[in-house]
Design a protein around this ligand. Sequence first.
Ligand code: S3P
Length: 433
Amino acid sequence: MMANFKKNTIKGSYYPPGDKSISHRIIILGSQALGKSVVSNLLEGEDVLNTIKAMRDLGANIKKERGKFSIYGLPPGSLFQPKNKLNFGNSGTGIRLISGLVCSNNIKTILIGDKSLSKRPMRRITEHLLKIGAIIKLRGDLYPPIRIKGIGNPIPMSFDIKIPSAQIKSSIILSSLNTNGIVKIKEFNSTRDHTENMLKSMGYNITVKQNKKFRFIKLQNDKPLKPINYRVPGDPSSAAFLITAACLLPGSKFAVKNILFNKTRIGFIQTLKSMGGNIKIIKKEKLNNEIVADIYIDQKKNLKSVIVKSSNIPLQIDEIPILSIAASFANGTSIFKGLKELTVKESNRLDLIHKNLLNMGVKSEIKGFDLYIYGNYKLKKGNAKIIHNLDHRIVMSFYIANLICEKNNIIKDKSCVKTSYPSFFKDVRKFLN
Ligand code: S3P
């Protein structure tokens, strides 16, 4: 049973856990660099542990030594034939990125996942990967298991991505590491660009240009990937839960240290600021082509509603569940526009947010793919049975709602939180005053 949290504030100095997107990528790219890479502050959530296991099965030597991970990689094109199926558990990032990687290796792989991942669309990556010459089969032409017969001499192609998705882009980029010739990718510039940034830091031949809407990436495998020493910055998507809680609880004084401040990841901070969140940047630095910051929240008043336009959704795609909690207790009508991608995440998040808000006593509507939330900071009913379908971000979001609601919402089986943020409950207890 949860303690009675009412009339609380968030106080203290917080180092969020390592960023999940970057953790996946450093394991994969470190595994493609000849020599020893050393990684500190890696997220040891289940999703990343599955990526480590998959890369070991594909031939990389990854060890944990004195709290840091050492990776001894093998060059692109020389992955081992795995003995077993590669199991990615809950992770869309793991399965999609590594599908790209194995496609350009002369090996046969079967990539699988848990119940949720087995229902997530994969043709969005395979329609591109087929073009390099890999042979790929999906269950029902759409879902995992993904059966891949890779090609050792992939065809250099130009790709035009129609969905704003870093996973699609990164899958193609990883497939190109073993491609002789020039590979070109056109995609939306709102997607996270960690794969590109990391490749630049590792000395790879990649150029990135962008205009107002699109990003143009050009890759050539004429320079080897150099091993790297990498400190993984704190995950803004995990920090978003306590940052939102601090903004929702006037009187909070909360320092967040070493948080990844890449502009494709901090749309939620902009949204919270527009709602009246008093968030200030204390320090910013660039490390391995990523911006890392210390920020401070000194919250004095209640939040107000916000309208988020669809072109800004990719910048905060994983934070919509927690922002929906912020909107519920912010006076006025909030609108989050263009949430189609939210329906194909670890669960149909759009549907679950809407249903749980209604059960909690918050008026909400879905019009097309737009979410309307009629917020009211006085309305704090709670007492809902939360339906989460084992989606970690839904569980954490409605747990934070409990800090505000008069009666706690009932959340059964919170174990899925370990996929992205194993220390979440400990951290909430630590900073709640
Ligand atoms: C991720 C990209 C996003 C995000 C996911 C992690 C990544 O997915 O929702 O949690 O690490 O590339 P899409 O790129 O499919 O939007």
